[in-house]
Design a protein around this ligand. Sequence first.
Ligand code: KG4
Ligand code: ZN
Length: 336
Amino acid sequence: MIVLGIESSCDDTGAALVTDQKEILGEALQSQEEHKQYGGVVPEIAARAHLEHVDEMISVCLQRAHMDLSQIDAVAASAGPGLIGGVVVGVMSAKAIALALNKPFVAVNHLEGHALCARIAHPIEFPYLLLLVSGGHCQILVVKNVGEYQRLGTTIDDAAGEAFDKVAKMLGLGYPGGPVIDKLARQGNPEAFSFAKPNIPGYDYSFSGLKTSFLYNLRDWIKDDPDFIEHHKEDLAASLEKTIVDILMKKLRLAVKDTGIKHVAVAGGVSANNGLRNAFHDHARRYGWTVYIPRFSYTTDNAAMIGITAHFKYHDHDFCDINAPAFARIIADPSL
Ligand code: KG4
Ligand code: ZN
């Protein structure tokens, strides 16, 4: 049983062919560079770029798998949440192929894709905790089973990736800021500076206070030394990264303590961060957690996670009516 998965909900256009055994036969991904000059994803540009690349990604993916469309049993797309223009491109492409081949169309919740992404390489035991950290999301979920998710906490303002991106912008480091901060942080002292940490009850996150604290401190430092950023960018990056990772891990430790679940996975763009990955390994050693960290290529949005999720839905006969719309915000599972 082979599913063609399509991802186009933000700024990555991807296609992947996935088998029942969750084996990836072929995949292709195009990350849009067009947004760099604007300091963030521009929805209209994203939609046009998806339209331009989606067919090519599907063809490249088929070529890599040495297959043709007739060998596909179902077609899946990330049907939301996401930027509506991009989601529509993926959903309409998938529906067109499904209709032409007379095969079922599976609509996948993008967040469910992230939640199950950890299963690509590892047979993770249910239940597991998932830290989902991207540019748009920052949540702790209990993944009880396929289709059974309980959201313990979410951000009340910015997502962790946004915090990286916004501070990077203040430092003039370009967009997306996370990867640049990560690189600089490897050469800096994480204890050099300290920034405000939130005091929010429960499992929720907040990053707007950190962003403001960083900005006010930076203004003061620049008054004394106009070249402050240039002189200290490695230490600033390392200290910011440490603060964000500390905030993320503190709530996760609380969730592990309260739920007793020691299988912990991470997903989303920020899971590429080396400081966060090291913190996961460190927690595994110190607290006996079993951790699941995706390989780098699956930290970002990808079509393999859409294909994997579609398999589970396919086996439940959870197909989508060809007339069902794409969605930007309304999501199939209210807990996600
Ligand atoms: O999941 P993703 O590719 O797209 C969505 O937001 O859905 O995540 C992108 C986010 C951006 O905020 C980016 O700065 C952040 O992930 N990111 C990182 C790293 N790589 C990407 N943040 C910190 N360290 C990284 N190495
Ligand atoms: Zn995503």
